[in-house]
Ligand binder design. Structure first.
Ligand code: B1M
Length: 230
C-alpha cells in the first residue's frame, strides 16, 4: 500500500503533474490524482514525510535527470517536475515543523554562484526549520562575496551551501577560502550538500560537514551543534 502511493508520487513527479487537473506527458492522465492529492493521501495514510521525500519525490527527480541526460526530457519538462516537488513540499512543510520553541541556532543557506538548482536547498531549509533552527535563505546563484557579507552581518552558527553542477561546486571552496581570508572561517560551521558533491569533497575543501540528503544534513548540524564530530 505504502509502496503503491510512493510509486504514484514518483510517477507524477516524472510527469510534472501538480494536481488532478493537469495533463501529464502521457495521454489520459487528467482526472487522476496529481502530486498534491497524492501527498495529502499519503499523509492521511500515515506515511512518514522522510519516505515521501526520499522514496517518492527525490526518486522521481532522479529519473527526470536521467531522462534529461538521454535527451528524452528538455528544460521545460524538468521545470514542470520541479514545480510538482515545490507544491509537494508546501503541503509537507507543516508536518515537518516544530513550533513555539526557542531557536537552536541560526543557519544561512545558499545555492552557490552560477547554480539555479534550489529544490534540494529548499528541502534542507524546511527540515532545518522543522528541527528548530532559524534559517535565513539567501536564495540561489549567490556569489562568495555576498555569502561572506551575510556571515559577517548575521553571525550565524552555520552556513549551508548546495551545488548540483560539477561546474559550480568549486564555488564552495572559493567561499570557504573567502571566509578564511576575512577571519570568519572559525566563526561559522560550514555544511555542504547537493548531487555534485560528496563527503570526500567536503573534507578536501575544509567544510565541517556533508549531508547526502536533507535528513542527514539535519543530523550533521545537530551533531556539530552538540560539539560532536560529524
Ligand atoms: Co538541472 N541538472 N540543469 N535543472 N537538474 C541536473 C543537476 C543534472 C544532474 C541533470 C542531468 O544531466 N542528469 C545536470 C548536472 C550535470 C553536472 O553538472 N554533472 C543538470 C544540468 C546539466 C542543468 C543545466 C546546465 C541544463 C542546461 O541548461 N543545459 C541547467 C543549469 C542551470 C544552472 O543552474 N545554471 C539546469 C537547469 C535545471 C532547471 C532550472 C530546469 C531545474 C532546476 C529547477 C530548480 O531547482 N528550481 C533542473 C533540475 C530539476 C535538475 C534535476 C533533474 C533535479 C534536481 C533536483 O531538484 N533534484 C537534476 C538531476 C538530478 O539531480 N537527479 C539536474 C531533487 C532534489 C531533492 O535533490 O537537489 O540533490 P538535490 O537535493 C538533495 C540532496 O542532494 C541534499 O538534500 C536534498 C534533499 O534530499 N542536499 C543537501 C542538497 N543540498 C544540500 C545542502 C546540504 C545538505 C544536503 O547542506 C547545506
Amino acid at each position: 500500500m505504502a509502496e503503491d502511493i510512493l510509486a504514484l508520487i514518483e510517477e507524477n513527479v516524472i510527469q510534472g503533474r501538480v494536481t488532478q487537473d493537469d495533463e501529464g506527458l502521457e495521454e489520459g492522465m487528467v482526472g487522476q490524482p496529481g502530486v498534491s492529492e497524492l501527498i495529502e493521501k499519503a499523509l492521511a495514510q500515515g506515511l512518514n514525510p522522510q519516505d515521501i521525500i526520499n522514496r517518492g519525490l527525490t526518486k522521481g527527480m532522479d529519473i527526470v535527470g536521467q531522462r534529461f541526460e538521454t535527451k528524452e526530457y528538455y528544460i521545460p519538462d524538468m521545470l514542470a517536475s520541479a514545480e510538482a516537488v515545490g507544491a509537494a513540499m508546501e503541503i509537507l512543510e507543516p508536518h515537518l515543523a516544530r513550533s513555539g520553541l526557542k531557536s537552536k541556532g541560526k543557519i544561512i543557506m545558499v545555492t552557490v554562484e552560477g547554480d539555479l538548482h534550489d529544490i534540494g536547498k529548499n528541502i534542507v531549509s524546511i527540515l532545518l526549520r522543522g528541527a528548530g533552527y532559524t534559517v535565513k535563505d539567501l536564495g540561489n546563484d549567490i556569489a562568495p562575496q555576498a555569502i561572506v557579507a551575510a556571515v559577517r552581518e548575521d553571525r550565524p552558527q552555520f552556513l549551508g551551501m548546495s551545488a548540483l553542477l560539477t561546474s559550480t561546486m568549486i564555488h564552495m571552496s572559493t567561499t570557504i577560502q573567502a571566509l578564511a581570508e576575512n577571519g570568519l572561517k572559525d566563526k561559522v560551521k560550514v555544511i555542504i550538500g547537493g548531487a555534485a558533491v560528496s563527503q570526500e569533497f567536503a573534507q578536501s575543501i575544509g567544510a565541517d560537514g556533508y549531508g547526502a540528503d536533507g535528513f542527514e544534513a539535519v543530523r550533521v548540524v545537530e551533531s556539530l551543534n552538540s560539539g560532536k564530530a560529524s
